[in-house]
Design a protein around this ligand. Structure first.
Ligand code: MG
Length: 254
C-alpha cells in the first residue's frame, strides 16, 4: 500500500494511492485506516511530503565507504542526530540553496516511518513498529558541517529534508533494496541497503532505547558513498527500488 499526503483545493489530507487515483482517509494513516469514501484523481491533487513527524532522526556514517569519503572511520555505535521538521519538503518541491553555504550536497537515504508510540523496542520486535518506508535526501551544507563541528545548522535549513513521494507499507525486503541517486540524470550514488553497518532493526531498536518514538516519526538510515555538490538549476533524484523516485529541483536562495 502507498500512503500519500496531498493537497486539493484548500484541503490537506492523507490518502491511499491506487493506480491513478487516491482513496481519501479520515485522519492520519497510522493505526486502523478509515476511508471517507471520497476518491480523487492524481491529476487533480498535489502530492506533499508523505508525513510530518514529531521528529526526524538521522543516522550518520552508516555506510563504510561514505565514512571513509568523509575522512573518518565508521562509528562503532549508531550515531544519530536530528533534522528539524521545518526542513521537510515533498517530491517535486525545490531545495533552496542558503546564502550561508557554498557547498550543498545530496545524501540519498532509505527512510523508516514509525507506526506507533514505542520505547525500548527489542531488535526482534522492530517490524511491529514500522509503518513503512520512503525515500529521503539528507541535504547537507558540507562547508558549514565541517566548520561547526556539529550538524544542526548544516543539515537543518528549510527544504533540506526532501521526503517521498509516498510511504510504501509493503516493501518486500527493505534491508536489500537498491538505493540510487542521480544528479541531472547522472548516477552519483548506487548501493544496496545491505551495505549498512547498522541494520534497520538495530537502528530502530538503538534509537528507541534512547528516545521515545511517536507514530509518524521518521528515521533516515544513512547515506552511501558518492555525495556530490548541487548547484542551482540541478535536478536531484533519489530512487529506491520498490518505493519510487523522490525528485527535486535545486534553486538559489533568491
Ligand atoms: Mg545523512
Amino acid at each position: 500500500m502507498r500512503l500519500v499526503r496531498y493537497s486539493h483545493k484548500d484541503k490537506v489530507g492523507y490518502a491511499v494511492l491506487e493506480a491513478d487515483q487516491v482513496k481519501v482517509l479520515d485522519g492520519h494513516p497510522v493505526g486502523e485506516l478509515h476511508y471517507t469514501g471520497e476518491v480523487l484523481a492524481m491529476q487533480d491533487i498535489r502530492l506533499l511530503a508523505p508525513i510530518i513527524p514529531s521528529k526526524i532522526v538521522c543516522i550518520g556514517k552508516n555506510y563504510r565507504e561514505h565514512a571513509l569519503e568523509m575522512g573518518s572511520e565508521p562509528p562503532t555505535e549508531p550515531l544519530f542526530f536530528f533534522k528539524p521538521t521545518t526542513s521537510i519538503i515533498g517530491s517535486e518541491d525545490a531545495i533552496q540553496l542558503p546564502k550561508q553555504s557554498e557547498d550543498v550536497q545530496h545524501e540519498s537515504e532509505l527512510a523508516i516511518v514509525i507506526s506507533r508510540l514505542c520505547k525500548d523496542v527489542p531488535v526482534e520486535r522492530v517490524a511491529d513498529v514500522i509503518l513503512g518506508y520512503t525515500c529521503a535526501n539528507d541535504v547537507t551544507a558540507r562547508d558549514l558541517q565541517h566548520r561547526d563541528g556539529q550538524w544542526a545548522r548544516s543539515k537543518g535549513f528549510d527544504t533540506f529534508c526532501p521526503l517521498g513521494p509516498w510511504i510504501e507499507t509493503e516493501l518486500a525486503d527493505p534491508q536489500n533494496v537498491k538505493i540510487e541517486c542521480r544528479l541531472n540524470g547522472q548516477v552519483t550514488q548506487s548501493a544496496s541497503a545491505n551495505q549498512m553497518i547498522h541494520s534497520i532493526a538495530d537502528i530502530v531498536s538503538w534509537v528507541s532505547h534512547h528516545i521515545t518514538l511517536l507514530p509518524g516519526d521518521v528515521i533516515l538510515t544513512g547515506s552511501p558513498a558518492g555525495i556530490s555538490r548541487m548547484v542551482a538549476g540541478d535536478v536531484v533524484e533519489v530512487e529506491i527500488a520498490g518505493i519510487g523516485i523522490l525528485r527535486n529541483k535545486v534553486a538559489s536562495f533568491e
